[in-house]
Write a protein that binds this ligand. Structure first.
Ligand code: MN
Ligand code: MN
Length: 291
């Protein structure tokens, strides 16, 4: 990795860290979810950076992939456990970082996800196996009496690609990828009071373009035009300001041009906490870009 690319990752990380902290401060009982999401996303654009994906704002048993819908009337309430997951990019170099805000009595659960992240970061260096990081995450979370979420993982980052190889599991696995100097990875342990397995909800507000092919429906063509600048990075339904949006989205999903990212949740009544940092693997360890 050359110095210019390294500095882009560092600067994206600094911006993400600052804005995620500001966003966390807005999450209070009585605050609007939609206003919070739009304010945070607006701060990224004001910083002359791009959003690598819509701000994820997932509540309680929802682990990931929720965000505000247009006209979303949800209000944060006492007792909620709120995950904010922010992706900032500079010229495609991504900082991916998440924090959990506890509006109830889940501070030990939140601490467990953070301990998993700290334990994994402490092990990162060239030559470490992704499975060793997963084992450290699993031990930290299970040692505190919770379940790591087994079917969500950290991931590599490449230019404009938010989910690249290698995947960094949240449980121990023998073998698997070995990290190398210059790789950029996001590590994101989830700790749950539920089953430790997430499944897809019906709700989907986040989309991504996964194929390019000619489409005939004018509304679908317009939607494709609007998201072209995303270069495959996810976008939200709320961002798509056009008539006939719903028919366009449905058509493009049916034709395999767009995919949805449904909300991922653990069992009803459970609580899931997440912590995430992006880091660059360097000769003697790693540099966390988002701290
Ligand atoms: Mn993330
Ligand atoms: Mn991530």
């Amino acid at each position: 990795m050359n110095d210019e690319v390294f500095e882009a990752y560092r600067e994206a990380g600094r911006i993400a860290h600052r804005i995620l902290n500001a966003g966390a401060g807005m999450v209070r009982p009585g605050a609007s979810l939609l206003e919070t999401v739009e304010t945070v996303e607006g701060m990224v654009l004001e910083a002359d950076a791009g959003l690598a994906f819509p701000l994820n704002c997932s509540l309680n048993e929802a682990a990931a992939h929720d965000t505000a819908s247009e006209g979303d009337e949800r209000i944060f309430a006492a007792g909620d456990l709120v995950k904010l997951d922010l992706g900032v990019h500079l010229d495609g170099y991504v900082a991916d970082t998440a924090v959990t805000i506890d509006l109830g009595d889940h501070c030990e659960l939140v601490a467990a996800s953070r301990a998993g992240l700290d334990a994994a970061i402490a092990l990162v260096r060239p030559g470490v196996a992704a499975g060793e990081l997963g084992a450290a995450i699993q031990a930290a979370i299970e040692g505190r009496g919770y379940h790591p979420v087994r079917n969500l993982t950290g991931h590599g980052l490449e230019r404009y690609v938010q989910h690249a190889r290698p995947s960094i599991p949240n449980v121990g696995h023998p073998g698997g990828a070995v990290l190398a100097e210059g790789q950029v990875v996001a590590i994101e342990p989830f700790a749950s009071t539920g089953s430790g397995v997430v499944s897809e909800a019906a709700r989907a507000e986040i989309y991504g373009q996964v194929a390019t092919r000619p489409v005939r429906l004018p509304a679908a063509r317009q939607a494709l035009e609007l998201v072209r600048e995303r270069q495959g990075m996810p976008f939200s339904r709320r961002w798509l300001d056009m008539p006939k949006r719903e028919i366009a989205l449905a058509t493009l999903v049916r034709q395999g041009v767009f995919r949805t990212y449904p909300v991922l949740h653990d069992v009803p009544g459970s609580f899931v906490a997440q912590a995430e940092h992006t880091l660059v693997v360097v000769e003697d360890g790693c540099v966390v870009t988002t701290a």
